[in-house]
Design a protein around this ligand. Structure first.
Ligand SMILES: [Fe+2]
Ligand SMILES: [Fe+2]
Length: 261
């Protein structure tokens, strides 16, 4: 681990044997090549410059950090990537992502940048294309790790689906302590969509409010981990009562290390 920084969170759940989860978020790989429309070449360079400045002149580029993080992942019981792995849809970004992740074990939930531009129709159109790049099920996945139920749930456009709600309830009925991983913090003010201009499907906001209430009141949920806000280290979100952490962006060179005992 030559260039990576780590930020750490500990949870105490009374496990017989401690486990370690690597949390990677907001990589924002920004490449384009001659297979992509010409405008994307300039856009890619512009975006790389933005993340270089926002990341305070990091030593490596986002793809380099992801390679290093996936190597570091071998030391962990589970690796979870909470989205914005690519910054925009381009052939060059798809190639970079698939090459780095090939043969690696991880759980993945998408971010707001996996489906550009921001609208639900576009997201639906892009879904299969994105799903082919990553392992697992982007909408909802669960994995039992040392007695802890690690769950990824897509909320890249801020809302939940009925399928996710049903699947979460089914996981709760198994009785294991649960850690939830998603892209957007659950108390993000954009949940109203008023600032984003994205029009959610009918009933999605109401369902999201209902599911968030369920999550708040579910004692088996022991922690929530997200990204999206581009932090340099873990910050705790105001979403209560569970401990909720917004992870450090990998384009800044930092990964989250979660130890559970
Ligand atoms: Fe992001
Ligand atoms: Fe995001």
């Amino acid at each position: 681990m030559k260039h990576l920084k780590t930020d750490r969170v500990e949870l105490h759940l009374g496990l017989e044997k401690p486990i370690k989860i690597l949390h990677i978020t907001d990589i924002h790989i920004s490449f384009a090549d001659d297979r992509d429309e010409e405008k994307w070449l300039e856009f890619a360079a512009h975006r790389r410059e933005i993340f270089f400045k926002e990341g305070r002149r990091p030593e490596r580029d986002p793809a380099g950090y992801l390679m290093e993080a996936m190597e570091y992942a071998k030391e962990f019981d589970c690796t979870v990537i909470t989205g914005d792995l690519i910054d925009f849809n381009s052939y060059a970004n798809y190639d970079a992502a698939t090459e780095i992740l090939a043969g690696k074990d991880y759980m993945f939930t998408p971010g707001s940048h996996e489906f550009c531009p921001n609208n639900f129709e576009r997201k639906a159109e892009r879904w299969d294309e994105m799903q082919q790049l990553f392992r697992g099920d982007m909408e909802f996945e669960s994995r039992l790790v040392g007695g802890v139920n690690v769950i990824t749930m897509d909320n890249s456009y801020y809302v939940w689906t009925q399928k996710q709600f049903d699947m979460l309830k089914a996981e709760v009925s198994r009785g294991y302590p649960i850690l939830l991983f998603s892209h957007v913090p659950y108390d993000c003010p954009f949940l109203t969509h008023e600032q984003t201009g994205i029009v959610p499907p009918e009933g999605a906001k109401e369902l999201t409010v209902e599911m968030n209430e369920y999550i708040k009141n579910q004692p088996l949920i022991k922690g929530i981990f997200t990204g999206h806000y581009h932090r340099l280290e873990y910050v705790q979100s105001g979403y209560k009562p569970h401990p909720c952490y917004i992870g450090p962006s990998l384009f800044t060179g930092c990964v989250g290390v979660i130890t559970i005992d």
